[in-house]
Structure formats: C-alpha cells, structure tokens
Design a protein around this ligand. Structure first.
Ligand code: ZN
Length: 69
C-alpha cells in the first residue's frame, strides 16, 4: 500500500506594509499554484486578501539544476 507523504510547509516571508482590506500589518509573501500556474503573492495573514500577485517561476519554489547553469 502506498503512503501519502506529509504536506510540505510553506515558507512565508514577512513584508512591510498594511493589508489594503483590513489594515493589519500581517502581510507575507510566498508562492501559490492555481489554474494559471505558479504565482508569487503578497497576502494578508488575517483576511487572506492578495495585496500583490505576480507570475512566478514555472515550477514555483522548485529549482532545477539546469536552471542554475
Ligand atoms: Zn487583511
């Protein structure tokens, strides 16, 4: 029987500034994946509003050796 691997923790980097929706200073940046591929987001940790969304590397946080050459 196959085992399901444990979920990988998402490292979130704190960002200066206040949430545009609720005003709290709880913004963090990290990569998320959705129907448009990987996206680099700055989100509020309280209400999950996206302050910024920009396209990320095609594999998100995964780096291939060939990309480091
Ligand atoms: Zn907020």
């Amino acid at each position: 029987m196959s085992q399901i691997p444990p979920p990988r923790p998402v490292e979130r980097t704190p960002v200066d500034g206040d949430c545009p929706a609720c005003g709290r200073a709880e913004l963090t940046e990290y990569d998320v994946v959705g129907e448009t591929g990987w996206t680099h987001v700055v989100k509020c940790g309280h209400c999950l509003t996206s302050a910024r969304r920009t396209p990320a590397h095609r594999l998100g946080p995964i780096t291939l050796l060939v990309d480091q050459l």
